[in-house]
Design a protein around this ligand. Structure first.
Ligand code: KG4
Ligand code: ZN
Length: 342
């Protein structure tokens, strides 16, 4: 079985071809970084136009092999309406022309199932706790069995990636600056203050996050007046965000002792300090820790193809297979427009 994955939820156009054993035959992505540089942020109209430009070009590179594909998985939501529309129409057109079934995929489930590419079926060992950290989402999810997701904690305002990006932008690191901030933080080599910024949401007993207060504190603190270098300040910012994520993940594991594994996914899962902190937490708790390979953390077509293939393998003919988009769509909800109805 071979599945084509098409991702276009925000500002990355990406396609990928995956074989039966989740082996990646092809992946090509085009980030819209250049055209967004003047805006220092995502402009919905601009990225929709970029998807129009890039997706047909990317599809052309695999046109010789599309006929033999068994299914086309595409991101149906959540995401920017214009971006989702372009990707879903490309998928639908190919599906009609070549008579290939479509599989609509939830973007966040794509991030989660990107772990299957390297690590296989994680649910065979028991319930899983998932920490999703991206530019748009920060959620703790308890997954008792495959395809079942209970959101047990989430951000009340900004996502962790958004906090990284906004603080990075303020520090003059460009957009999106999360990875750049992290790169500079590594150069501080552990010499930085750990209590300069407050770790948010520590004085309550829930599993929710909040990063907008930290963003304000971090962008109004004059780090030079504390004698810190930019690298040291980046390390302080990174430490504070990582601690906020780690403490709530630890609490979630304590409240869900049946979990045998922790999955870290989403763009911020590429962050080395976060990976290290959670790896140590899992050693302490004697559970397994999984995250996608760094190439499949930020938005990509392989994670969508992997989710499509995983659904095909486990749900096969029962799968709902029509074209729709849903820009606002929570992971624990069925899509509003039930695809099986059309
Ligand atoms: O999942 P993703 O590609 O897009 C969304 O679905 O939102 O995540 C992108 C986010 C951006 O905020 C980016 O700055 C952040 O992931 N990111 C990082 C790192 N690499 C990507 N944040 C911190 N450290 C990194 N190494
Ligand atoms: Zn994403």
């Amino acid at each position: 079985m071979r599945v084509l994955g098409i991702e276009s939820s925000c500002d990355d156009s990406s396609i990928s071809l995956l074989k039966d054993n989740f082996c990646i035959e092809f992946m090509h992505s085009q980030a819209h970084i250049e055209c967004l540089a003047p805006y220092q942020g995502v402009m919905p109209e601009v990225v929709a136009r970029e998807h129009c430009r890039f997706l047909p070009e990317l599809i052309k590179t695999i046109s010789h092999t599309i006929e033999t594909v068994d299914a086309i998985a595409y991101t149906a939501g959540p995401g920017l309406a214009g971006s989702l529309l372009i990707g879903s129409h490309v998928a639908h057109t190919l599906s009609l022309y070549y008579d290939i079934p479509l599989i609509p995929i939830h973007h966040i489930e794509g991030h989660i199932l990107a772990t299957v590419i390297e690590h296989g079926d994680l649910w065979q060992h028991g319930p899983v706790l998932i920490l999703i950290v991206s530019g748009g989402h920060t959620q703790l999810v308890y997954s008792p069995e495959r395809f079942k997701y209970h959101i047990i904690g989430q951000t009340r305002d900004d996502a962790a990636g958004e906090a990284f990006d906004k603080i990075a932008k303020h520090l003059g690191l460009g957009y999106p600056g999360g990875a750049k901030l992290s790169h500079l933080a590594a150069q501080a080599q552990e010499r930085f203050p750990k209590n300069l910024l407050s770790i948010p949401m520590m004085k309550n007993h829930n599993l929710d996050f909040s990063f907008s207060g930290l963003k304000t504190q971090a962008t109004t603190t004059d780090y030079l007046s504390y004698g810190l270098s930019l690298e040291q300040y980046c390390a302080t910012v990174e430490y504070t965000i990582v601690e906020a994520l780690k403490v709530k993940t630890q609490r979630a594991l304590e409240q869900h002792p049946l979990c045998r594994s922790l999955i870290l996914c989403g763009g911020v899962a590429a962050n080395t300090s976060l990976r290290k902190a959670l790896a140590q937490l899992c050693v302490n708790k004697k559970i397994s820790f999984f995250h996608p390979h760094i190439s499949y953390c930020t938005d990509n077509g392989a994670m969508i193809a992997a989710a499509g293939l995983y659904h095909l393998q486990h749900q096969g003919p029962a799968l709902k297979r029509t074209m729709f988009i849903q820009p606002r769509w929570s992971l624990n909800e069925e899509p509003e427009q039930n695809p099986s109805a059309s």
